[in-house]
Design a protein around this ligand. Structure first.
Ligand SMILES: Nc1ncnc2c1ncn2[C@@H]1O[C@H](COP(=O)(O)OP(=O)(O)OP(=O)(O)O)[C@@H](O)[C@H]1O
Length: 278
């Protein structure tokens, strides 16, 4: 199958009592603050975008703006209150649990901020984990995991335990796990945010290099404007649950106010058409 787009239409997630009623009120113009007064949290409000094949689509916003809630709806970890998520032609939001599991296993990998490695397993077993869940036979999955570890520069570390590795190396294992799974959609939730600045930059470079080679569809969450500008083909800015701006990094991207102010006129631009800043 070709690498699929990740498409989001009219997506809402409300926590609290009677979330569907809250969505109806939001659609009628109620504000998130009004809902909060009634005990509901509107974490994602009417989000829409399409992350295209081969693109790194960055979602940037301050803490509490709804980024994690949004990305968790992209792989079905959270069920939207309203709206749709498509992975290619498959509507995620319309699948039963077994169908959802299948799409996740075959198409979607997630890389987390705190690595999510299994401490009692070796590095190679961790890198092979997604394949194990998929039922791939041990020898085949360990061979694929070793190849993926080579790709992220961890040759020689396969038989160590995660706690013998630095933070940067542990996150490379997280990346290797995603690569070994050979899924075409990669969801990264603040994946480099726990790393110190030099290592973080190295990881950004590594991701760009891997992306040049494999051309997946990547949705990358960050609160860091520099990171967004460095790796994003396009950047969506979230504020108080809403995507307030989508644009292409470069000279035209208005840096001032992107992280906190609402956009005066959100623009949508074609993916991957302009060079990345270096
Ligand atoms: N399970 C939940 N129940 C109730 N409210 C929640 C839940 N999960 C998130 N929220 C609320 O939804 C809003 C958005 O949270 P979310 O974690 O998605 O934001 P974020 O941009 O990822 O922030 P951070 O970077 O701090 O994780 C916040 O007000 C948060 O308190």
């Amino acid at each position: 199958m070709n690498v699929p787009a990740v498409q989001v239409d009219g997506l809402f997630k409300v926590f609290g009592r009677r979330p569907e009623d809250a969505v109806a009120r939001l659609r009628e113009g109620a504000s998130a603050a009004e809902l909060r007064a009634d005990g509901s949290t509107a974490a994602v409000i009417d989000a829409g975008f399409s992350a295209e094949p081969g693109e790194i689509f960055v979602v940037m916003g301050l803490s509490g703006s709804g980024k994690s809630t949004l990305i968790r709806m992209l792989n079905g970890l959270l069920t939207p209150t309203a709206g749709r998520v498509h992975i290619g032609d498959t509507e995620l939001t319309g699948l039963d649990p077994a169908g959802l599991r299948r799409v996740r296993q075959e198409h979607i990998s997630m890389v987390f901020q705190h690595f999510a490695l299994l401490p009692h397993r070796t590095v190679v077993e961790n890198a092979a984990y997604a394949l194990e869940v998929r039922g791939v036979e041990r020898r085949t999955r360990l061979a694929a995991a070793r190849e993926a570890l080579d790709l992220v520069g961890l040759q020689g570390w396969a038989d160590h335990r995660p706690d013998e590795l630095s933070g940067g190396m542990q996150q490379r294992v997280g990346l290797a796990r995603a690569l070994a799974a050979e899924t075409d959609v990669l969801l990264m939730d603040e994946a480099f945010s726990a790393l110190d600045p030099l290592i973080r930059r190295e990881m950004q470079d590594q991701l760009l290099e891997l992306q040049r080679r494999f051309g997946k569809t990547i949705v990358f969450i960050t609160h860091d404007l520099n990171e967004a500008m460095r790796i994003g083909d396009r950047i969506a800015v979230m504020r108080d649950g809403r995507i307030v701006r989508t644009g292409t990094p470069g000279r035209s991207w208005p840096i001032r106010g992107t992280s906190t102010s609402p956009a005066s006129s959100p623009t949508s631009t074609a993916p991957a058409s302009s060079p990345r800043p270096t």
